[in-house]
Write a protein of this length. Structure first.
Length: 208
């Protein structure tokens, strides 16, 4: 029955729409889902890691996935998300609105991680250059959408309840946000000094 309802919602979208990632309703859904999130799998890339800058890490769901009491984890997010997520901050997990402030807190960045975030920033090329300039030992990109040749912009939408880990009951709305796809060649060239160790359709793993 739940699957049928989900399919029907796709064909009959909610009547209300909210725009962008700064909306309080969207942030609250992600916050509540993250609080309840309890991942079980082992994240091999994070074993033995001591410092991570997580670009676009929401309210810290990736920190939970790392299952480490030793790693220092700096999440870089929007101003509204950081304000809400501060309630979940600890000595090991902190939230920042700028890449430079996050890097200053960490001191050195062993791993830069970003999952499905770069394409939703206002200036993805500039953001990419800032992240590569961290000189992290590893650059881990997941759910990254790139273009073949030129910069492309479109508007993407999702259901409110689809955002964040797990599921909670929400009054569904459509969430719309602008997506900017930069050329793959520009993305790869930004990683000068790195070796592309592995890649998939939408993920990349660079190492020094």
């Amino acid at each position: 029955m739940r699957q049928l309802i989900s399919v029907l919602r796709r064909f009959i979208p909610p009547s209300e729409t909210i725009e962008g990632y700064e909306q309080p309703e969207l942030i609250e859904v992600i916050f509540q889902k993250t609080k309840a999130y309890n991942p079980q799998d082992t994240w091999l890339d994070m074993i033995g890691v001591s410092s991570v800058l997580d670009f676009g890490g929401g309210c810290g769901l990736h920190y939970k996935q790392a299952h480490s009491q030793k790693v220092r984890w700096a999440v870089v997010e929007t101003t509204a998300m950081v304000e809400r997520a501060k309630e979940l901050a600890t000595d090991q997990l902190q939230f920042f609105t700028s890449i430079s402030d996050a890097a200053d807190w960490l001191g050195s960045v062993e791993v830069m991680h970003s999952n499905g975030a770069l394409q939703y920033t206002p200036e993805p090329e500039g953001t990419l250059r800032q992240l590569c300039a961290l000189n992290a030992g590893k650059m881990l990109w997941q759910r990254l959408v790139l273009s073949a040749n030129s910069t492309e912009r479109d508007v993407q939408s999702s259901l409110l309840g689809e955002n964040g880990p797990g599921s909670i009951r929400v009054r569904e709305k459509t969430v719309r946000y602008t997506r900017t796809k930069i050329p793959e060649s520009i993305f790869l060239e930004a990683h000068a000094g790195y070796t592309l160790a592995e890649r998939g359709a939408d993920w990349f793993r660079f190492v020094r």
